[in-house]
Design a protein around this ligand. Structure first.
Ligand SMILES: [Zn+2]
Length: 245
């Protein structure tokens, strides 16, 4: 049995057999893995408080040859979302990050850029201030995955769309001008395109100094979530919960 230690982000956990929990983790070294936390339901000592989605831990675990599930031995909390007050919106925003990470990455595929992105946005998700980091995350994931279309021109006719409203569709790639918009297209106003460019240029800490209400970036968030849902081919439940907040 090989003992391992890695920084990791807890994505989710669910009951597994008797008093055990099955835990999905994004580790820095090995990517996404699943493990069993034995007796975690009964004994809170080794894992107490560390199983909340988006908890950043140093995970100690053991791998057995030819076994898909690792055995989780202990988590040392490095950062916990529970260190700050939570409400419905903050919980939904943190869950959105965890849910998307669970879906975008295959198991055992480490991705340091995504790992760092997830940590940075989670740490900026403060009570009442989740809208910028949620938007930032949804856009950047698509960019890192290579799913972000060029927003500067129409994919159908090639016309320059800078300063114009662009149109996107849940059923087709790229953005178009108004004349070429596809069935059930939605509009992304020019100020949202400018906001997206700013997000791609700026570290999150710099944007965090600005005031972001729920309304700011609402079109951009809608666009980014639609893009993720199109590429993942499924609904992101927590993102929809966040929009209802
Ligand atoms: Zn066009």
């Amino acid at each position: 049995m090989a003992q391992r230690q890695s920084e990791a982000i807890v994505l989710r956990s669910w009951p597994f057999e008797e008093a055990d929990l099955l835990v999905s983790l994004l580790t820095r070294d090995q990517g996404r893995i699943k493990g069993v936390a034995r007796h975690a339901m009964r004994s809170r000592r080794r894992f107490g408080g560390a199983l909340e989605p988006m908890t950043y831990v140093r995970a100690s675990y053991s791998e057995k040859p030819r076994q898909e599930l690792v055995r989780l031995d202990a988590f040392e909390i490095l950062w916990s979302p529970l260190a700050e007050p939570v409400d419905y919106a903050r919980t939904a925003a943190l869950e959105m990050v965890a849910e998307v990470l669970e879906e975008v990455l295959p198991e055992q595929a480490p991705d340091d850029a995504l790992f760092r992105l997830a940590l940075a946005v989670a740490e900026e998700m403060h009570l009442g201030r989740v809208w910028m980091p949620a938007t930032y995350f949804a856009l950047w994931v698509s960019r890192l995955m290579g799913w972000m279309p060029a927003l500067g021109h129409c994919v159908a006719c090639g016309v320059d769309l800078r300063g114009e409203t662009v149109w996107y569709s849940a059923t087709a790639d790229g953005v178009t001008c108004e004349d070429d918009r596809r069935g059930e297209s939605e509009a992304l106003p020019p100020e949202s395109v400018v906001e997206a460019q700013k997000i791609f240029r700026s570290p999150i800490g710099e944007l965090a100094t600005e005031e972001w209400s729920r309304r700011r970036g609402i079109h951009l968030r809608h666009f980014a979530i639609a893009l993720l849902e199109r590429n993942l081919d499924r609904r992101i439940r927590s993102a929809r919960a966040l929009e209802r907040a």
